[in-house]
Design a protein around this ligand. Sequence first.
Ligand code: SAH
Length: 408
Amino acid sequence: MSTPTAAIETTPTEMAELRLKPREERRLTAGHLWIFSNEVDTARTPLTAFQPGALCRVVGSHDRFLGYAYVNPHALICARIVGRDPDYPPGKLLIVHRLQVALALRERLHARPFYRLVYGESDGLPGLVLDRFDDVIVGQAGTAGMEALKADVVAAVQKVIGPRTFVWKNDSGARALEGLLGYVETAFGPEVAETVVAENDVRFFVPVGQGQKTGWFYDQAANRRALLKYVPGRRVLDVFCYLGGWGLAAAKAGATDVVCVDSSAPALELLRRSAEANGLDQVRTERADAFDALVALRAAGEKFDVVVIDPPAFIKRRKDIPKGQAAYRKLNQLAMQVLARDGVLVSCSCSHHLAQDDLVLAIQQSARHVDRFAQIVEVGGHAPDHPIHPAIPETRYLKSLFCRVVHD
Ligand code: SAH
């Protein structure tokens, strides 16, 4: 950042300090952004003195300034670094800078304005997600600190992007960990119930404010693209289809017959409207629990050349790992049982706590269970507009394994 003078004027001189215990600064200086409550020198700077979302200066040994952070005394991650340049305290100016840097990457990656614009910690804005649907921006603030910076985020988006509408979809369950309630609100612009995403030559109707997460899963975009070569002339099953990101793309790319399964009636309603608007009449939807639907399809003797399973995160916390692993194993087994000879299974997991090797193991065990031989032919992660923060493993979560499954 080259013009610090403007920022200095806005530096709150009385911003409170958060002091770390001796030797607790190593992780931060190595690049991490999170501070845990046991690392704070609470004798000198008690956490209870901070309001949730308050800004602070983080100070290490020998009075060394480590960065600006926001604090939540009630959360396990009690502070997150927002900036390390002493001339730029968190506020509109810093967020404008972060947005410009984030936008420059997305403009290199995408020819059209449909992408994840900000991916939290990985874009230097902890707790903030912004997805762009052309002139509609949907934001999610996941922490008390980001909640407190909302007005600055809105002003920065207005300046850097200038969209027609900005909606906060602050209804994720994870907000409870920060003591935050859920709500949806339009920050500026006309209220919109629906927008459109263009992907893989299909125009998808996307709910604004009502759907899953921000409304669309940009994280799978590169993997959905990778699917297209497997589908011409084939029968495709899209399980946990949501708005049909995989299934409609497959239909457009020449699949003869596509079955899309999800438990959400509103999602399937939008999917059917998208299918119709795109002239994809080989698509059928089925509202059901995915496990039940797979059992029923097998019982009916149905076979598919390509099966995609893209479930919600079965493992949200570490303690769910054993149960979650069992669910992934079960799901992969059921999917292989409806796979035709020499079929392709796309097996996904968005659980950070499920290691890629565990998903590989689930596939191996499932293949043995049904007496097949599986080859992993492609390994996909989240799309490049979800960059990984090298110090924060939690920013890497998605695994999409493309497997060929043949008779042994
Ligand atoms: N494949 C989608 C994203 C899936 S998100 C895409 O590429 O955009 C997970 C979906 O699973 C949601 O639509 C949710 O409604 C659905 N879902 C959750 N639990 C389910 C279950 N037990 N059976 C069927 N669908 C389920």
